[in-house]
Design a protein around this ligand. Structure first.
Ligand code: PEP
Ligand code: MG
Length: 323
């Protein structure tokens, strides 16, 4: 089994009926990057920058961040990388005193882009590091926890100001740097067309989207019967977001845990997803699963699946159409 999978490292990613699917890596460490390349990832779909900030006594400097981002780009050898701006707060708290303390409901509090916009100087340091690193290879920037368009507009303004600053300092700048929103807040998913107007691409974060749609803490095992990706309400939202991206001709990836779980590959194909981002250890498993699935056949059953009333019904339908 191991040897059979290993042979897939250099194979193209295709469904049985020949549909091309992009497999991206969620990668932070040099070991992740090495594994992503060894397994033939098409790029990095999610680079979580929090690790540079968490459990540190001081905030990381611009140069420290620049080196980390540049090494990521260089490590991927010309494949595109997606850097996510700081996503602190909630389950990722306690970064050099930056996180606002004393919130009654941190998961519903000042987290992700909300926090970054409260600390424009800290955010601008990260933005400058990203802009400098983007000269070393193809890069995109992903904004976490977006709820409404004004947040994306504010981020774009900060990027524009940082560009002007760097230009005055005679520092090289990338020509273009696509900016995208994470879709992980229910309002963002429902009102996705408004966010698409301000996004070059989207990345769906099902870990948080499921938590917020189901009002079920993503880390609470006692809620396993509620917190499942098979929930009809979640599936309808995913389908809505993926279709809206297709109509707007903008790429949509999915980078929550389910993208790397071969048990859900058929489900995501059914919903029309064609970019999966996962921990690099999962790439061969998902590539293997995709090769056994007929996308056209699955797509024909999507409408019926989206009419299911319960997650048990979804599970039964999936088993019937995808084995
Ligand atoms: C998500 O919410 O699905 C996601 C990919 O981001 P994180 O797990 O870092 O919150
Ligand atoms: Mg998230």
């Amino acid at each position: 089994e191991g040897r059979r999978l290993a042979k897939l490292a250099n194979a193209p990613t295709r469904t049985r009926d020949g549909a091309e699917i992009a497999l991206l890596a969620n990668a932070e460490t040099p070991a992740d990057v090495a594994m992503a390349r060894a397994r033939g990832a098409d790029g990095v779909g999610l680079y979580r920058t929090e690790f540079l900030f968490l459990r540190k006594r001081a905030l990381p400097s611009e140069d420290e961040q620049f080196i980390a981002y540049r090494d990521l780009v260089l490590g991927m050898g010309g494949l595109p990388v997606t850097i996510r701006t700081l996503d602190l707060g909630a389950d990722k708290a306690d970064a050099a005193g930056l996180v606002l303390r004393g919130e009654d409901n941190p998961a519903l509090g000042v987290r992700g882009v909300r926090l970054s916009l409260r600390y424009p100087a800290v955010f601008t340091t990260q933005i400058r590091a990203i802009l400098r690193a983007a000269c070393y290879g193809p890069m995109r920037v992903l904004v976490p926890m977006v709820t409404q368009p004004d947040e994306l507009i504010a981020v774009r303004t900060l990027f524009k100001l940082a560009r002007q600053e760097l230009k005055r300092e005679n520092i090289d700048l990338p020509e273009k740097l696509p900016l995208g929103a994470m879709i992980e807040v229910p309002a963002a998913a429902i009102n996705v067309r408004a966010l698409l107007e301000h996004s070059d691409f989207l990345a769906i974060g099902t870990n948080d989207l499921a938590q917020y749609v189901l009002a079920a803490d993503r880390g609470n095992d006692a809620l396993d019967n509620i917190y499942t990706p098979l929930q009809p309400a979640l599936l309808r939202l995913l389908s809505h977001v993926i279709s809206a991206g297709r109509r707007a001709k903008k790429p949509v990836s999915l980078c929550g845990e389910i993208a790397g779980d071969a048990n859900f590959t058929a489900l995501l194909l059914m919903l029309g997803l064609n970019e999966f981002s996962m921990h690099p250890s999962q790439i061969l498993h998902v590539r293997d699963r995709l090769a056994a699935l007929d996308r056209a056949h699955l797509r024909r059953h999507a409408a019926a699946l989206l009419r299911a009333h319960t997650h048990e019904e979804v599970a039964a339908m999936l088993a019937a159409v995808a084995g």
